[in-house]
Every structure is written in C-alpha cells, then in structure tokens.
Write a protein that binds this ligand. Sequence first.
Ligand code: NAP
Ligand code: G4F
Length: 327
Amino acid sequence: MSKKALITGITGQDGSYLTEFLLKKKYKVHGIVRRVALEDGNHRLWRLRHILKKITLHPASLESYASLVKIITRTKPDEVYHLGAQSYVDYSFKDEFSTLNTNINGTHYILSAIKEFSPKTKFYFAGSSEMFGKVREVPQSEKTPFYPRSVYGISKVAGYDLTRNYREAYNMYCCSGILFNHESPRRGFEFVTRKITHAVARIKFGLQKDLELGNLDAKRDWGHAEDYVRAMWLMLNQRVPKDYVISTGKQFSVKEFAKLAFELVGLDYKKYVKIQKNLYRPSEVRSLLGNCNKARKELNWKPKYNFKELVADMVKADLEFVKKEGY
Ligand code: NAP
Ligand code: G4F
C-alpha cells in the first residue's frame, strides 16, 4: 500500500519540490494550505500548478490547534513534513510577534496533535542554519551551540527543542533537519538570490536599471532545494530518528553570487549593484558554513548541484520567466 504524507507549507519552495519527490515515490500527498490559497489558486498555488490534480489540499491554520487536529485525525499520515513558517528573516524584525506565534505555536500544535491522535506518524521539522547565527564554531555541525540573531532564528531554536523533547519524552519518531540556505528557480522573490537573478534578467531585457542590495559581504553556504528535500525524506526513513545538518560545505558571499549571476549574461555587476544601507539587518548573520559529515555518512546524502550550477539554473529560469511574463 502506498504511504501517506502530510506537508505543511506545501505551497512554498521546498513544499513543491518535496511533493514532486514523494509523488515519484508513489506516496499519496496531502497538504495544508491557508484558505486564501484555495480562493486565489492561480496566484498562490503557482509552484504546484502542474501537479494539483495529483494531491489533496486541506484548508487549515497553523494558528489553530483544532483545525490541525481535524486534519491529522482525518488523514492519519505515515509522515508529516512541517515546512510551514514565516520564513523571511528580515520580516521577522518587522513583525516579531506573528513570526513567533506561527513558527513556535504552529510547530507545537502539530506535535501535540500527532501525539494525541496519531502517535505512530513520523515528524520532520524544518530547522535552519539561522539557529547558529553568530557562529560559535566554523564549520557548524549538529554539535555546534546555537546563537540566533533574529526572532526567526529564535523561533527555529524553539521548534528544534520542541521536536527533540517530543522524541525523548514520548518516544515519537521526530527529527529536525538543520538546513543551510537552499535556493532554486522557485525561491521567493524577496530572498537575496532570487532578487539578484530576477533583476539580472530584467536588466538584460531593459526593464530595470539597477539593483539595490544590503550587505554584500554576508556569506552563505548555498545549495539547491531539489537536493535538500531528498535529505528530508531520508531523515524520516531511518531506523532511529536523529537530527542532521544539511549543507554543501562551500561558502560564497552575496557579492560573489551577484558577480557570477551578472557574468552569466555578459554584464559587470559593479555597474548595476547599488548599496542601500536600509537593507542592512539590525543584527546580521555574517557567515554560515555547514559540516554535513553525519548526513553524508549515515544518510548517504550528498548534493548534486554545485554553486555555479545553482546560479546558472536560477539565471536561466529567470531569463525565461521575464521573457514569457514580461515582468
Ligand atoms: P517558503 O517558500 O517561504 O514557504 C513557506 C511556506 O509556509 C508557504 O507554503 C507558506 O504558505 C507557509 N506559511 C507561511 N506562514 C504561514 C502561516 N501563518 N500559516 C500557514 N502557512 C504559512 O519557505 P521554504 O524556503 O520552502 O522553506 C520551507 C521551510 O524550511 C520553512 O519552515 C523555512 O523556515 C525552513 N528553512 C528554509 C531554508 C531555505 O533556505 N529555503 C533553510 C532552512 C530552513 P503561503 O503560500 O500561504 O504563504
Ligand atoms: O536571502 P536571505 O534573505 O536569506 P537568509 O536571511 O539567509 O535566510 C534564508 O536562509 C535561512 C537558512 O540559513 C532560512 F532559515 C530562512 O528561512 C531563509 O530561507 O539573505 C541572505 C543574506 C543576508 O545576510 C542578507 O543580509 O543576504 C543579505 N542581503 C544583502 N542584500 C540581502 C539583501 N538579503 C535580502 N533578502 N535582500 C537584500 O536586498
């Protein structure tokens, strides 16, 4: 019999790639969406448009325990992938309260609903390298202490601790993936990589003159989302539930990302990138670099895309996007 997966945050970048991955593995895929997504499907479900007929969507709210209980009870999934979150770090400085509410309570409600109504369900929590924040060690592994620098990071540390505690206290199969930044042509437009590749395409087609960015010296360990959703599934399909760092082990600055993206269309980034001080964050995570030896060894996971291939994939997709959509 085919397995059943329930995904929160199914409309997002990772949710859409994970859905494709699980469908290929013959899973029945259920997703939790906000009600507005069903009302305005054309706009809000764009990442799932090509597979909508193959999945089942349930309207619910991460802020409502009752609505989550209903779906867990009805679907009784084998695996829950909890990806739904206010995921934009910069916004978490502007709306601390709703970020904490959605990210902490949403995680707690789902864990509690699984414990009460479907305790055999396996649970994946979308942890983040933002938890390392002002890093205590280079590179960062599962053993590195956390030092979050934003309310978003704080909410993910709380989610990580809740996940570990449910595993230890109630003997549930719960894991956190501590995923470093991962990008793709389906990345939201507000994140720096997509902001850059979209602007590169618009500048190339004469629709935009320059590109305003904040801290060009920030360094990230950037991978491809397609590779990272594979790791989520591997974590839920082991004998023993554990937490894993997922990363490439290579680090590049925002400046290096922009330089390469502009070069790929024959342009010099220096002529177009303008620094905007108001795009700097109140407290910045300056440098992240992951050590994923544990995942390589125990999950036999490694990324297929390197940095150049990632940037090239995004630039190519945005050239096609701007040409087709005209914006
Ligand atoms: P994303 O594209 O921003 O998707 C976030 C998802 O969460 C969307 O489906 C969104 O639904 C949903 N969501 C947001 N607020 C919600 C709310 N109040 N109630 C219900 N759903 C809500 O993020 P992603 O890049 O796919 O990341 C997936 C998860 O991994 C997130 O938890 C993120 O924090 C974490 N993570 C991401 C990265 C990365 O580099 N991408 C790295 C580490 C961890 P709508 O479509 O309705 O807005
Ligand atoms: O693309 P970003 O907004 O991603 P950030 O803050 O690293 O967070 C992403 O990765 C986390 C994993 O570490 C996830 F948990 C989280 O959900 C999200 O997916 O910013 C990357 C860097 C930052 O240092 C930022 O200050 O780029 C710098 N940056 C410079 N100019 C900019 C800009 N970021 C954005 N978004 N926009 C700019 O104009």
